[in-house]
Design a protein around this ligand. Structure first.
Ligand code: NAD
Length: 802
């Protein structure tokens, strides 16, 4: 028997098991067999095909759950659709009351929720009890607030409609809360599918919905595997899909929903950097690593799974980490004294083991502590890998297990380069005692969340979501709430008024050379060149398109740009991107104001030219004047579309920064050929994006005026690039291009579908706005929609206080 003083030295302690009884009793009360929850009623699962649900810490089957098929999904969607009017009619305060009741209900049943979660998922009870469940309650509280305020904060906006939500197994209840709370708060109704490994807490939540009196059909739960998820995604009567899961499935969802008009948000995987500078408090760093990669056995989308450490402290950090790892306890998730629980399923465990073994074969040094592992169930020891080949999947791929890889860097710029050397962009953690360094690095890291001297902090008031292949859309905060509100429908992009008869520019019969284009002869009064990298240039192939007036007379020619022209333009835009984004908003505004000033001096001349096409002098003058006002509008917005500081309940500031998306491709509207280009370019430019723009396909000639204006303004080379041509030629190259971060297409449904389908490579953010119902002449009234689409939000968490 050790003495008390021995214990103070060894810090030995025994097990502290939580009683599983409360969860076992609940399971027994349901005979351990569950169906779905549709239209306020629980389906008996008696005749249904079922799948088994396991307890990962023992490997035993603890329940059977029905596999939803197409009919079940149909019923659930129909119930959600039918519930919408009543849910909206209930009013803001009525919905808020119910969300509040849900949060109170979760708190009342916190112990059952936490125990059931740990039983089902294998996560330590300490985490489900102290983190998952409290955050779930917090989410419903926070969104009870959004429900209450919707009509004041977002006047005129209603819920997006029926939302299909598909969630993963790593935070089963928390992911449910992240999805369901904002949807209900906005006035939408839900069909949710939990992950097949972990459906139990969602079933308990469905009971709570009954208990608090949520109107039938507002929340529907359909169980099943990927096939059930696919049926929800494909369903014609679903207005939005919200998905959290792997990048692979996210990509498939982007492809399947392309052109359907369904809104889509994707919260996908990550390989997040954990950057340690020499001056960091290494003891705090060690605890940070514990939270970053051994929290929830590393099955965390934003796990700090790549440690980048500055050379001078690499050995010391490794030594300290190994010492700390020796003290981590792996064991029964219901033991309150355990640090790491079980891996969710045998399949996942085998996947982790095979990735580690693969890395070891490639020469990585794999280190695990000497502590013993449980004999039964699916456990993996905390693991640190060094000497990992940067090309190895162990370094590049998401492992989704308690395995961290580590390598060193020398300078801050090398740290940024390594941090961004990944296709993902979900989160990052930066450790340094020098706030200047932290706040210099944070904006440079491409990630939706950056934690300074902390990690894995979450809150309902702060948005969470990815850059790049970690997906798009946010959950939490105003930005997450907005995802569930309907947007105005602007109809399809058909030219309006007399423009309805406009013919797309067509190839000239004699495939004229670009040389001919220089001499604006033959009755043609206008020729355009491409504009790439700040210079007017000839197209790669010397084909021209002839532009006709609305009366059918030929009035000019433009080059028919090629794939190569697009690639050159993207390269120029990428080169200019960093410099443009890092200019001050004031400076970008000045440049747009100056452009508008230059335009004002040439308005009548430009309007006359435009009138040759449209035959309508008044309309042309109005269009050019509106273009000037549009430039002023977005110049005005440049330094006002700023971020905010979220009120998260920690001792820190959470800075929500609006950042440009990067290099944007743009298919300008057909209608209003002069104004349309300005109205879509200006918001992108004002907020720091660089652009490859394809002008109106019916009249690309005004691009020539814009190019002249750009040349006489202070817009740096490469910030705007213009390639004229046939959309069908150019769209695939822009949509396929992995160095294009966003793509806006004001076009037809078919064009939008093609772009969305092709954007899956790097999961670029697309905005296929079907646009001519839009009032281009007064476009600045819906400026917010453009500003939102032109930016993405990064949340930077900075702790303060001792
Ligand atoms: P997964 O993509 O295999 O499954 C996620 C969900 O999608 C499950 O419910 C599954 O049944 C369903 N699904 C599978 N195929 C489908 C299809 N074709 N159509 C529709 N639904 C389908 O992912 P997983 O293994 O359950 O979860 C782990 C992944 O989730 C990791 O990549 C992790 O990074 C990610 N994740 C991301 C976040 C985030 O917020 N970004 C949060 C948690 C987890």
């Amino acid at each position: 028997m050790p003495s008390i003083s021995d214990l103070f030295v060894s810090l030995e302690y025994g097990p502290a098991p939580e009683n599983a009884g409360v969860a076992e009793t609940w399971l027994d009360a349901h005979a351990r067999r569950f169906g779905h929850f549709i239209d306020g009623a629980r389906d008996a699962a008696e005749d249904a095909e079922t799948f088994e649900v396991y307890r990962p810490s023992t490997g035993e089957v603890i329940a059977r759950v029905a596999q939803g098929d197409d009919d079940v999904v149909d019923r659930a969607v129909a119930a959600a659709r039918a519930a919408l009017p009543e849910w909206e009619a209930l009013g803001a305060a009525g919905r808020a009351d119910l969300l509040y009741a849900l949060s109170r209900g979760i708190q009342r049943r916190a112990r059952l929720f936490a125990t059931l979660e740990s039983l089902d998922n294998g996560k330590p009870i300490r985490e489900s009890r102290d983190l998952d469940v409290p955050l779930v309650a917090r989410h419903f509280y926070h969104h009870a607030g959004w429900a209450q305020l919707r009509d004041q904060t977002h006047p005129g906006r209603q819920g997006v409609g029926v939302v299909g939500q598909i969630i993963p197994w790593n935070f089963p209840l928390l992911m449910l809360a992240w999805k369901v709370a904002p949807a209900l708060a906005a006035g939408s109704t839900v069909v949710l599918k939990p992950a097949e490994y972990t459906p139990l807490t969602a079933l308990l939540f469905a009971e709570l919905c009954e208990e608090v009196g949520l109107p039938p059909g507002v929340f529907n739960l359909v169980n099943g595997d990927g096939r059930t998820g696919a049926a929800i995604v494909a369903h014609d009567d679903v207005d939005k899909i919200a998905f959290t899961g792997s990048t692979e499935v996210g990509r498939e969802l982007r492809r399947v929903t392309a052109g359907s008009g369904k809104r889509l948000s994707l919260e996908l995987g990550g390989k997040s950097p954990f950057v340690v500078f020499e001056d960091a408090d290494l003891d705090a760093v060690v605890e940070g690593v514990v939270d970053a990669i051994w929290f929830n056995q590393g099955q965390v989308c934003c796990a700090g799974s790549r440690i980048l450490v500055q050379e001078g402290v690499e050995d010391r950090l490794l030594e300290k980490l190994r010492a700390r790892m020796e003290t981590l306890r792996v064991g029964d998730p219901l033991d309150k004294a355990v640090d790491l629980g079980a891996i969710v399923d045998r399949v996942q465990l085998e996947r982790i083991e095979s990735m580690v073994a693969g890395g070891a074969r490639e020469g990585a040094t794999v280190w695990t502590p000497s502590s013993t592992m449980p004999d039964t169930g699916w456990f993996h020891p905390p693991t640190i890998c060094t000497d990992v080949d940067p090309g190895s999947p162990l370094w590049t791929e998401e492992i989704f297990g308690p395995v961290v890889v580590m390598r060193s860097f020398r300078t801050p710029s090398e740290a940024v380069e390594l941090a961004n050397d990944t296709r993902y962009g979900l989160a990052a953690s930066i450790w340094t005692e020098n706030l200047n360094v932290a706040l210099d690095i944070a904006p440079q890291v491409k990630a939706g969340t950056v934690w300074v001297n902390c990690t894995n902090l979450f809150d309902a008031a702060s948005g969470f979501g990815g850059y790049r292949e970690s997906g798009f859309g946010r959950e939490g905060g105003e930005e997450g709430f907005e995802e569930y509100l309907a947007r105005p429908n602007h109809g399809t992009d058909q030219p309006f008024g007399p423009e309805r008869d406009a013919r797309p520019a067509e190839e000239t019969p004699d495939a004229a050379s670009a040389g001919a284009a220089d001499s604006a002869g033959g009755g043609l009064d206008r020729t355009v060149k491409l504009y790439v990298g700040g210079r007017q240039s000839r197209p790669d192939a010397e084909y021209l398109l002839r532009v006709r007036s609305l009366d059918g007379d030929p009035i000019g020619e433009v080059p028919r740009g090629t794939r190569k022209d697009i690639r050159n333009a993207v390269e120029a835009a990428r080169k200019a991107q960093g410099g443009w984004a890092s200019r001050t908003a004031h400076n970008r505004a000045q440049i747009l104001y100056y452009l508008a000033e230059n335009l004002s001096q040439r308005e009548s001349e430009i309007a006359d030219r435009l009138a040759r096409w449209s035959g309508d002098g008044d309309a042309s003058r109005a269009e050019v004047a509106a273009a000037r006002r549009t430039l002023f509008t977005y110049a005005a917005w440049a330094d006002k579309w700023d971020g905010r500081v979220h009120a998260t309940p920690f001792r820190n500031v959470t800075l929500a920064m609006r950042e440009p998306i990067g290099v944007a491709g743009l298919f300008a509207p057909r209608a209003a050929p002069f104004l349309g280009l300005a109205a879509t370019l200006a918001p992108l430019l004002a907020l720091g994006n660089t652009v490859v723009a394809v002008p109106s396909s019916v009249n690309p000639l005004p691009a020539a005026d814009w190019i002249q204006l750009f040349e006489t303004s202070d817009i740096p080379a490469g910030v705007v690039n213009i390639v004229t041509g046939v959309r069908d030629d150019l769209a695939p190259t822009l949509a396929d291009h992995d160095d294009v971060d966003a793509l806006w297409c004001f076009g037809t449904r078919e064009e939008g579908a093609e772009i969305e389908r092709r954007s899956t490579g790097n999961l670029k953010r697309t905005w296929c706005a079907l646009g001519a119902g839009r009032d281009w002449l007064g476009v600045h009234s819906d400026a917010e929609e453009f500003l939102r689409e032109a930016t993405q939000i990064k949340n930077i968490w900075v702790p303060y206080g001792a």
